[in-house]
Design a protein around this ligand. Sequence first.
Ligand SMILES: O=C(O)CCC(=O)C(=O)O
Ligand SMILES: [Fe+2]
Length: 325
Amino acid sequence: MPTPPRGARPVSGGTSALDLPRTPTGVQQVLHALRARTPRRGAGLPAEPRWRSEFVDRTAKGPRTSLRAFGYADAELGRWGRRVDDTAVAGPLRLLTEEGLAALTEVCDGLERAAGTTRFIATRRVRGADLLSPFINNMIRDRVFLLACSRLVGVPLVPHPLRIPTAQINYSAGQGRREIVRWHRDGMDYVFTIQLSGEEDYEGGRFTYFQGRTDEFPGDGPGDPRVREAPCRERGATLFLHGSRIFHAVTPVTDGRRVVLVLSFFCPYFARQDSNTFWHLAGDDGIPATAVAWLRLKWPVRNPAVDFSLRAGSPVVTWADLDRD
Ligand SMILES: O=C(O)CCC(=O)C(=O)O
Ligand SMILES: [Fe+2]
């Protein structure tokens, strides 16, 4: 059995996490795509603070677990020369300073009024938050921020060129509807979550993942010891997950309010391995918006680092940039 990442512990409540529903597949997934609409663009959003590069904590460091510990074989890992794409989980850690975190929280609170629901994976959320917020846009396209993220994962990262799923804010409240994140794996390979509320703000809402290969999920069924909780309930806690290779879910928020920013990145050098499928994306955003984004992702390139950075509206990040100055 693979060893749990440092700091991870079996999910509290034991078997209950595996009872969460799973994201629809097959015909149900196509039905979601037909019903989904392009995310709304809200007018009249509140003024927000300005992003500053100094908000990045350049000393950010934290525990790291390899995809091998999830049962993936060497031959299944992406490679570019001697570099290997093998980070499964990194963190939790703090990526932003206290001041940066306060500013980001203010921005995401202000965007809540633009939140919609699709019930495909998560309930209430804002997709394409960087298309609404100059702060989030400048943050995820800031070279200092991108270098910090790239170094934590060990591969060059730029914002995902699909754009709509690049920056997403999940809001869950303990009243009324049962707000959960179903068991799923992301279409995205490189996903960071930043907690914008702390454990004092809500009950439940535990980030849960399956420490095994995706084709082994749901493993031995309820009570599988590979279902683990990531210890990231502190405000500001940032967790990297190789989203497409790890099943994960969030248990229901039963009281209070939980807000999480989910950022998806892309490694230009591994563009061919990008795990998104058309229908997974269309289930969230509808077919017309996905068709346009899909072309942006799949059109052939000459220099991956340069071309995909242009497509993502980002500064270029190369392998050489991973080595500290
Ligand atoms: O809300 C969270 O903590 C993570 C949600 C998630 O996995 C997702 O939106 O893909
Ligand atoms: Fe996810």
